[in-house]
Design a protein around this ligand. Structure first.
Ligand SMILES: [Zn+2]
Length: 111
């Protein structure tokens, strides 16, 4: 359950972190682009091509979160709180303790 929580926390902060990095890069570029104009062009090229690994890493993180959640759900343990899930087949992935719901692929259902 701990690896799931770590990966889930990383998934929650990753998009904001990447956005803030890009915002910082913008501010840095704006500050120096009048003194060194080539920095603006290089930063533009870097930022465009850095989106590919950034999005790829985010998809890997999301897939690993779903994979960890599937393993916990298979063991009838709620990935969110660690309580045992009900054995009712109709509410197969709903936790009665914390109210979290999970799809069959392990994705958390946002209410
Ligand atoms: Zn729960």
């Amino acid at each position: 359950m701990i690896p799931y929580r770590i990966v889930r926390w990383i998934n929650e902060v990753y998009p904001v972190t990447v956005f803030l990095l890009y915002l910082g890069l913008f501010l840095l570029t704006f500050a120096v682009c009048f003194l060194i104009p080539v920095v603006g062009i290089l930063t533009l090229l870097f930022s465009i091509f850095a989106l590919i690994p950034a999005v790829g890493l985010w998809q890997v993180l999301q897939a690993s979160e779903r994979w960890l959640a599937r393993g916990l759900i298979r063991g009838r343990v709620c990935p969110g709180c660690g309580q045992s899930l009900s054995d009712d087949a109709s509410a197969a992935s709903d936790c009665l303790a914390c109210g979290a719901a999970y799809e069959t692929n392990g994705a958390r259902v946002v209410a």
